[in-house]
Design a protein around this ligand. Sequence first.
Ligand SMILES: *Cc1c(COP(=O)(O)O)cnc(C)c1O
Length: 403
Amino acid sequence: MAKEGDTQRTAATTLVTGGRSGDFARHVVNPPVWRGSTHLYDSCEDLRSRKGSNKDGEFFYGRRGAPTQWALSEALTALEPGAAGTVLYPSGLAAIVGALLAVLKPGDVLLVSDNAYDPTRNTAAGLLKRYGVEHRFFDPLDMDAFADAFCDRARAVFLENPGSLTMEVCDIPALARIAREHDAVSLVDNTWATALGFPALEHGCDIAITALTKHVGGHSDVMMGSAAAGDRWYRKLRLTAQELGHVVSPDDAALALRGLRTMGVRLERQSASALALAQWLAARDEVAHVLCPALPGTPGHELWQRDFSGSCGLFSFVLAGRDDAARCRFVDALSLFGIGYSWGGFESLALPFDVNPVRSVMAWPRAGWGLEDRHAVRLSVGLEDAGDLIADLERGFAAMNEG
Ligand SMILES: *Cc1c(COP(=O)(O)O)cnc(C)c1O
């Protein structure tokens, strides 16, 4: 947030100006796509003089990146208050795994929010377990249980806000504070809000992870992830990414930069449309619960209002006592919503999911929910006209009710 007397620009302006400081972009708006594995040195002496150096923005070899990737990192760092730097990864999941490997060692315990993105849970139960890291799931809405989950070996806490699919908003400042009291590193998957809607490092987290595949790319044509951190963790993140051999292609970095420039207006429009759809759904008999943090009256709305400065097009709703066949009739009848994974693109998507099988410790059924309220649909609202999208949902319900 811009404070009096400080020269910091607002995020809307940084989205346009960020990453354009390099010499390579002096006479063009967009940094060129700088393809190259080999960097040629002037002489043996020049080659040898760079050998031990490992600085940001310095040519060495393609795996350390080049101006296109550096421009994207610089822009993302400028958008993340408190960040000393941002590391790029070939996917959002690679960013999660790369960051976890940077902070954990064999014998450590990782605490994982029970509503974390499924592949994150699988990495904890698979790769990390094989390499000697134990994990425990915790209910991010139960502060006492969270505090009790710590042990001497608890080294890191993985958070996601709001939770995947079920959209619980958690009290990140409080969770991060408890983590810090136990000397544990806190990492948050901040893909939903991005740094624009939730400045995660300012809210107390040590590492902010974003699947750039979603809102930053914004056009469903690039896969990438990032992890941003302050001085304490940035170097470690970067070194670990180098040890893992992670590099993103300059073409993809250029696509992500292009997406970034318009992310602010896309998010505004998608948030407004999503809220309109959520309000409409909340009034339907077919719908038991709307899980949309920006909608007044939904669980987590107060925390969202307190901690977030923005929203996005992604939310879920639970059908009232309908079975899977009814849900499939609804989803299959939609013509403007594609059926598929991912989200945050310009096009709308619908994804059926069941609430209970993806949770380990969170209570089921949740307070106020019926036992049958488990067949849910997640919508990623794109840039189509909101009225057209509502008409599409209406057709979906008509098909569902005919069956
Ligand atoms: C999609 C997603 C990821 C992973 O991003 P990919 O680029 O698909 O690997 C991570 N976290 C959340 C919350 C996501 O939705």
